[in-house]
Write a protein of this length. Structure first.
Length: 78
């Protein structure tokens, strides 16, 4: 789950929990809002942990080496 998706779950859950006063007889809207907020917080924590622990690859080049062109992933082969 991404950070944006987690924040969206938290916002939707907060709306259901605090802003909606109407509730049908067989569905507890406030409980669903609470569950969505908890899922959003857990998703946000997990996604932030993955973002901070992701290893970045460092490319070192010898001194005097010039790069004339770099291929991007989306470019078709020549």
């Amino acid at each position: 789950m991404t950070v944006g998706g987690s924040i969206a779950l938290i916002v939707i859950g907060a709306i259901l929990r605090f802003a909606i006063s109407w509730s049908p007889a067989y569905i507890n809207v406030q409980l669903i809002g609470l569950i969505l907020m908890i899922a959003g917080v857990l998703g946000l924590i997990i996604s932030l942990v993955f973002l901070t622990t992701r290893h970045r690859r460092v490319v070192t080049r010898p001194a005097g080496t010039e790069v004339y062109g770099e291929r991007r992933c989306g470019e078709p082969p020549l």
